[in-house]
Structures are given as C-alpha cells and as structure tokens.
Design a protein around this ligand. Structure first.
Ligand code: NDP
Length: 313
C-alpha cells in the first residue's frame, strides 16, 4: 500500500471536503473518469467518499476488491448498501449529531412558514396585491398537536423546539423511546388522525418507502399539514399532490422530493405548499462540520484509530 491511500470520490462533494481529501489522499473523481479509467484504478481503491443518497450498491462495492471504508457526507446513508459492505468487512461512516440542530430548526421553519403562509404572503406583499385587500387568515401554531414520525436525534430536537410552542407532542417509531415522555403511537395512521402537523424525520431507504401514502394523508385530514425533512422516498408524491389539490390535507412543507433536483410542476403550482431545495442542514457552520467529520473518519481509519462515527450495526 502506498503512503497516500487511493480514495474514490463517488459524489459531487462540497469544496471544503474535496479539498481536504485531495490534500491527504490520492483522489480519483468518478465524474472525471471514463469507464475504462475507473476499471483500471478500481483494484487500488481503499476508500469511497460519498453522499447519503448517492447509490453505492452491492454491485458497485463489488468492483473494488481492496475497499476498506465508505465515508458518507450526511447522516442518512440510504444510498449505501451497508449490508453488502458489512459482509465484506467494509466500514461505513456518516455525519450524525453535527447537523441535528439545523435540521430541527428547519423543520420548525417549514412548519411555521407553511401554517402562516409566509412565502405566499411575501409574494402577496411584493406584488402589490395587498392594495386590493388584506391577506387571507392563516393557521395558529402555538398550542396545536404535533406528530413526529422518526423520533431519533432530529425528531427529539424538533420536539424540544415544539415544546416552546406549547405543542402537544406524540410520535411514531418502530419501537418506543425510553428517554422521552412524549406519547408513543404504535399505529402511524392513528397518529396522523390525531395531529394538526405530521413531521417526518425518519431515515429513507427500503424500510420507509412510501410510508406516507393516500391512506395516511386521508387520516391527517383537511386541517392537517405534512412537513417532510426526512427523504422524498418516504412519501408517495403522487398521492401527496392529489391530496393537496383536492384539499384532503391543508398544506405541506417539503425540503425533500422523490426525484431531486426535479420538483413536480403540479407541486410548484400549488399555493398551500412551501418548497425548499434539500437545505435543512445547509448552514455554513454545519456543512463545514459535516465535511470535517466525513474527512476525519477517513483520516482515523488510515491512522489505525477508531472511527469517529461508524453507522450502527
Ligand atoms: P436517527 O437514527 O437518530 O433517528 C431516526 C428515527 O427514525 C429513529 O428514532 C427510528 O426509531 C425511526 N425509524 C426508523 N425506521 C422507521 C420506520 N420504518 N418507521 C418509523 N420510524 C422509523 O436519525 P437522525 O434523527 O439523525 O436522522 C433522521 C433522518 O433525517 C436521516 O436518516 C435523513 O434521512 C434525514 N435528514 C434529512 C436532512 C435534510 O437535509 N432534509 C438532513 C439530515 C438528515 P426506530 O428504530 O424505533 O423505528
């Protein structure tokens, strides 16, 4: 093995991470390699630097016989076949905790802006429409009922913020959390039927695909709002668009979509939605911390030190 390990950059990474990788490793950027060039360097690749939703499949992993570690920039690693990696003893790391506050802040931002129609009201004020009369009335947040799907690190940080808004908090996970006093609801449809805001902060991937379907939206009802900072894959987007168009739910605040960066035109046409481009962790401080952590996991691995944040087994 050479002094500088060969690292494959498998996604378009932020400059700060890319720079640190290039300073310490022998980097190969998949976007600049031909198929033949990739095949030629594949036997020497010891690490992959990737992003959460970038596909690192079983077949892809199999192309790299010397692969030791996959470092994911992001807490979600639904694009990586972690089972296939584990079978070969390949470590997977992600970037938990450092982004939790920002994602929770953003969930509340989407919740508040959707309920109070901030984006619509901004357009209303800018366009001069105000001169024709006042803006329509909006929905009160303080004291309302919140349902969180995926009460993990981010979900708990959302709940903490919601407490300050005197919200009644209930949640749905596959199993109840022992360190919280919020009400656990074992059935997702029941939870949806009992809340004013359903906030999604569970992981993406096969286990949660289209968990939020027409039936759940129907249960959320015409006064209910859906807020998604999890992954586009957890919602049946076609069913959501239909529910929004037909007033089966009151509105939605969405940071994530099924086919990013494509936002369905039907969604963009609606006034009862707030749409943002997958930016919940997108502050300068947090993205820098994520990049540092993604790099430091690789550095730890190649210095023979314990990984900082391996994904759970
Ligand atoms: P955690 O692992 O701490 O929490 C995930 C929670 O989801 C757990 O409490 C888990 O509980 C629950 N969960 C898992 N599977 C299911 C299921 N099938 N049904 C219901 N609940 C489930 O992760 P984080 O809080 O750190 O992150 C959560 C997700 O947020 C990430 O995986 C990522 O996809 C998304 N995210 C989005 C960002 C954005 O920019 N919009 C930024 C950062 C993260 P249990 O195991 O008991 O089911």
């Amino acid at each position: 093995t050479s002094a500088r390990p060969d690292v494959l950059i498998a996604a378009s990474l932020p400059p700060h991470l890319s720079q640190r990788l290039h300073e310490h490793f022998n980097c190969h950027d998949i976007n600049t390699l031909s198929e033949a060039q990739l095949a030629a360097i594949a036997p020497s690749i010891r690490a992959i630097s990737s992003k959460g939703e970038t596909k690192v499949t079983r077949d892809f992993i199999a192309r790299f016989p010397a692969l030791e570690v996959i470092s994911v920039f992001g807490v979600g690693y639904d694009g990586v076949d972690a089972v296939a990696a584990r079978e070969r003893g390949i470590e997977v790391t992600n970037t938990p905790d450092v982004l939790t506050d920002d994602v929770a802040d953003f969930a509340m931002t989407l919740l508040l802006s959707t309920a109070r129609q901030v984006v619509h009201a901004d357009r209303f004020a800018r366009s001069g429409e105000w001169k024709k009369g006042p803006h329509a009335l909006t929905t009160k947040v303080t004291g309302s009922r919140l349902g969180i799907v995926g009460l993990g690190r981010i979900g708990k940080a959302i709940a903490k913020r919601a407490e300050a808004f005197d919200m009644t908090i209930a949640y749905h996970n596959r199993s109840p959390q022992s360190d919280v006093s919020y009400r656990y609801v074992a059935d997702l449809k029941t939870l949806a039927s009992e809340v004013d805001f359903l906030v999604l902060s569970m992981p993406g991937g096969a286990g949660t695909r289209a968990l939020i379907n027409a039936e759940i939206l129907e249960a959320l009802g015409p006064k209910g709002f859906l807020i998604n900072v999890a992954r586009g894959s957890v919602v049946d987007e076609t069913a959501l668009i239909k529910a929004l168009q037909e007033g089966k739910i009151a509105g939605a605040g969405l940071d994530v979509f099924e086919n990013e960066p494509n936002v369905p035109e039907a969604l963009a046409k609606l006034d009862n939605v707030t749409l943002t481009p997958h930016m919940a962790s997108g502050t300068v401080i947090t993205r820098t911390a994520m990049a540092d952590l993604a790099f430091e996991n690789l550095q730890a691995h190649f210095s023979g030190k314990p990984l900082l944040t391996p994904v759970p087994r």
